[in-house]
Design a protein around this ligand. Structure first.
Ligand SMILES: Cc1ncc(C[n+]2csc(CCOP(=O)(O)OP(=O)(O)O)c2C)c(N)n1
Ligand SMILES: [Mg+2]
Length: 567
């Protein structure tokens, strides 16, 4: 097998990553980067293939960009941050990625261990205080595997094992620390040009469990599918469209991170299962960590619940008591194929036809309600979030990728294709959307990318770093900030816990209102982008058109600071 000679471990490491298909290294540097930076200079001189370096001036941004890139491309990116302190800054973004099964090779330098005598030994005062007993301990609970590269000899095994574990379902981030002296030593031997450590294929769904599930579905009068992330794989998106249509089983999505059905699909019953759960006599929960809120609604006593997914019990969540009368492990697409095979001929067509008529009626009245809301709020000032969502629905190219850090209303903005909508992680570590949109654009430069974020989420994303990265890496994204000058979620949950309480009677309570916010549009303008503040609902469609034109024609980022009501 042809192989390449390398000088330092850092040089060999970068070459190995490139050979394993790692296209980008998102980085935020420190003294630990010296061998890596030297290796990049060497690669440039020699013309060797290495991952493209993507500078991010905050670790949260580095990881959210990697997350966005990975969720769109399905390839594994690498991130490198500065030792213990950089790891501390990336924990929140790593938690978002972990909860959404995003495979990323997270890495950090390690403070030099030796106090002199070796290339890379301690030569700065920080090299003492930044060392920790267990640097990986900060992030261990959130990654599938962590390790430290201890010598040159194991480089290939360590990297290949990291990538294989990250890529095996349920996927997730892994963490590797890279001590400076180890990166600086002479590389040992040559590495293989392709890995002997491939990701493991997922298990096939258990046959008896599928047969049992098929019986339950065949007997059910009002079955219901609930999903949050089943559409992660485009094949699953298509399989869900076929399965729900074939057997007339409605699907409701709850806080979806990936789209599971086209918005216009006749079996799509929207995004709030709370009114549907109680009437179901069978629930098929597919890749959904929280299928309903037990404090608000419960399935009826006789309703069986089948949970499906790569990890149907969500073992990483410490407590989660949703009934699981039957659990099936596997990919959504293969489970649906197996269920289709088992159900064919087992369900009376008359039952299916009757159910279809009922669901279509239900769907029509649901859509009419949404339409009524839209009409009611369309001219309100401050602008209603439903109106913003609707205007975006009208304005966007159907091939666009929309990244929603939760303020966009899916009831008013439709999507027809897989990978056209991505919602924020169930961990909800704020500050994800803007960086994830940049990463999505990197993965799909030919598609328009739109980030929809709240004023709170925008500020968490480290806006100056975000707009700088958009300009630096030529990633023209349209940012829509739904600015209600409020952490509305905090307000909402305070009123929900203390209905009629003192705080709910006034909007003045601390830790909710965001007074004297900066002019967000100016932050984007300061980075060379386009920006507008929009207060008039009637002016929003034109503002969207102007901003879209700047992004698509001038290839510059744009931001609309949309002044919204608190809903
Ligand atoms: C890192 C992090 N810190 C704090 C929170 C708690 N939190 C959840 S939602 C929210 C407010 C978000 O505000 P905004 O983006 O403006 O949306 P709004 O609630 O106003 O619709 C906060 C502070 C969080 N989820 N993540
Ligand atoms: Mg807000």
């Amino acid at each position: 097998m042809p192989a390449r000679k390398a000088d330092s471990v850092a040089t060999a490491y970068l070459g190995l990553l490139a050979e394993r298909g790692v296209e980008y290294l998102f980085g935020n540097a420190g003294t630990d980067f010296a061998p890596i930076i030297e290796a990049y200079a060497e690669a440039e001189q020699k013309g060797t293939r290495v991952p493209q370096p993507i500078l991010a001036t905050h670790e949260n941004l580095a990881v959210t960009m990697a997350h966005g890139y990975a969720m769109v491309s399905r390839k594994i990116p690498a991130v490198m941050v500065h030792v213990s302190v950089g790891t501390a800054n990336m924990v929140c973004a790593a938690m978002n990625a972990a909860r959404e099964n995003i495979a990323i090779l997270l890495t950090a330098g390690r403070s030099p261990i030796t106090e002199g005598g070796l290339l890379g030994s301690r030569d700065g005062y920080i090299h003492w205080a930044q060392e920790m007993y267990d640097q990986a301990g900060m992030i261990r609970e959130l990654v599938k595997w962590d390790y430290e590269l201890r010598n040159a000899e194991q480089l290939e095994t360590v990297v290949d094992r990291a990538l294989a574990i990250a890529a095996t379902e349920p996927r997730g981030p892994v963490y590797l620390s890279l001590p400076r002296e180890v990166l600086a030593v002479q590389a040992q031997g040559d590495h293989r040009t392709s890995t002997r450590l491939r990701a493991a294929a997922p298990a096939a769904p258990n046959r008896e469990a599928v047969a049992e599930a098929a019986q339950l579905i065949a007997r059910a009068k009002s079955p219901l599918i609930l999903s949050a992330s089943a559409g992660r794989n485009p094949a699953a998106f298509d399989a869900l469209a076929q399965f729900t249509d074939r057997f007339a089983i409605p699907l409701a999505q709850f806080h979806p991170r990936y789209l599971s059905l086209p918005s216009s699909h006749s079996m799509n019953l929207g995004y709030d299962p709370s009114s549907l759960v109680a009437d179901a006599d069978l629930i098929l929960a597919m890749e959904i960590d929280v299928p309903w809120i037990p404090d608000h609604v419960a399935p009826s006593e006789g309703c069986k619940v089948i949970q499906c997914g790569f990890d149907p019990l969500f073992a990483h969540i410490p407590i989660r008591g949703f009934a699981c009368d039957l659990g099936i492990t596997g990919s959504t697409a293969t489970i649906l194929q197996a269920l289709t095979d088992a159900l064919t001929g087992e369900v009376a067509e008359a039952v299916v036809a009757k159910r279809r008529t009922r669901i279509i009626k239900q769907r029509t009245s649901m859509a009419a309600e949404w339409e009524k809301t839209r009409e009611l709020v369309s001219m309100r000032r401050p602008i209603h979030p439903a109106w913003v969502s609707h205007c975006l629905h009208q304005a966007k190219d159907p091939r666009s990728i929309v990244v929603n850090e939760y303020t966009l209303r899916l009831t008013h903005c439709g999507f027809e294709y897989p990978d056209s909508y991505f919602g924020s992680s169930s961990a909800s570590g704020l500050g994800w959307g803007a960086g994830a949109a940049l990463g999505a654009k990197l993965a799909a430069p030919e598609r328009p990318v739109i980030a929809v974020v709240g004023d709170g989420a925008y500020l968490f994303s480290n806006p100056a770093a975000v707009h700088h990265a958009a300009a630096l890496h030529d990633l023209p994204v349209l940012f829509i900030v739904m600015n209600n000058a409020m952490w509305n979620a905090v307000r909402h949950f305070t009123s929900a816990m203390y209905p009629g309480g003192r705080a709910s009677k006034r909007n003045e309570s601390p830790f909710m209102r965001l007074d004297r916010l900066p002019a967000f549009e100016q932050i984007c303008i300061a980075a060379g982008g386009y920006g507008e503040r929009v207060e008039d609902p009637a002016a929003l469609p034109d503002a969207l058109e102007r901003a879209t034109a700047v992004v698509t024609r001038e290839k510059r980022q744009a931001l609309l600071n949309v002044i919204c009501s608190v809903e």
